[in-house]
Design a protein around this ligand. Sequence first.
Ligand SMILES: NC(=O)c1ccc[n+]([C@@H]2O[C@H](COP(=O)([O-])OP(=O)(O)OC[C@H]3O[C@@H](n4cnc5c(N)ncnc54)[C@H](OP(=O)(O)O)[C@@H]3O)[C@@H](O)[C@H]2O)c1
Length: 251
Amino acid sequence: MDLGLTDRTYLVTGATRGLGFATARALVDDGANVVISGRTEESAARAAASLGERALGVAADNAAADTPARLVAAARDRFGRLDGVLISVGGPPPGTAADNTDEQWQAAFESVFLGAVRLARTAAAELDEGGVIGFVLSGSVYEPIAGLTVSNGLRPGLAGFAKSLANEVGPRGIRVLGVLPGRIGTDRMTQLDALSGDPEGSRARNSAAIPLGRYGTPAEFGRVAAFLLSPAASYVTGVMVPVDGGARHGF
Ligand SMILES: NC(=O)c1ccc[n+]([C@@H]2O[C@H](COP(=O)([O-])OP(=O)(O)OC[C@H]3O[C@@H](n4cnc5c(N)ncnc54)[C@H](OP(=O)(O)O)[C@@H]3O)[C@@H](O)[C@H]2O)c1
């Protein structure tokens, strides 16, 4: 199947590593151009270099108010067009309802929540018919995850924002959706498994609770996200798509 990605241009934030990078890789492999971001020039340049000529790396913090305009301008300057955006970012801090501080909630709100809202709003104003806005969220949209209270608080709200935006921009032919990783083997997941003091035991217990019996690979996530961003998924909008090996308990 031809995904129709050739020469289209996507912004992928939080893409120097992990799920964002894996999605950028899948997009580039199918002929798209990408502008990828991370918080430092060094990380952005290194990741872009590993993707080749179809990638441009830009240092931009999702928490900064000028990030959306800078990234859109970079896409237009380098590749002359913008067809879609995937918003990923570093995950919120772990903790319980009792432990997480106001400062942690505020910092996560700025980078994870408001940063995503700003990027999506800017993209919605810039994109033409056929454009797409994707959010990398979490299984916590549907089921709270023990020890990730800030994620449990913020992600369902972002899913509600995404659904609202999908309704608003659908008449212009723009799609909006979420991609919900369960447990994909990235740096973030390694850090979370290490919190227990027994990383291997934690991974084994978590894997046993997944119907497919293992963590996903970043490439498995990236292929699904790239498909959803592609013209091949032109009738998919307003939905949250789990990529979790069957871990979600409901339908
Ligand atoms: N991995 C999973 O299975 C899983 C499951 C559920 C939810 N998620 C969520 O999915 C998202 C991506 O996860 P991941 O596993 O790819 O995480 P990761 O391996 O920690 O990678 C995070 C990426 O985001 C960048 N980043 C961090 N803070 C940023 C900021 N403020 N502005 C711009 N870029 C920033 C990092 O680059 P620099 O360090 O270069 O800035 C890096 O490229 C996270 O929000 C995570 O909570 C992941």
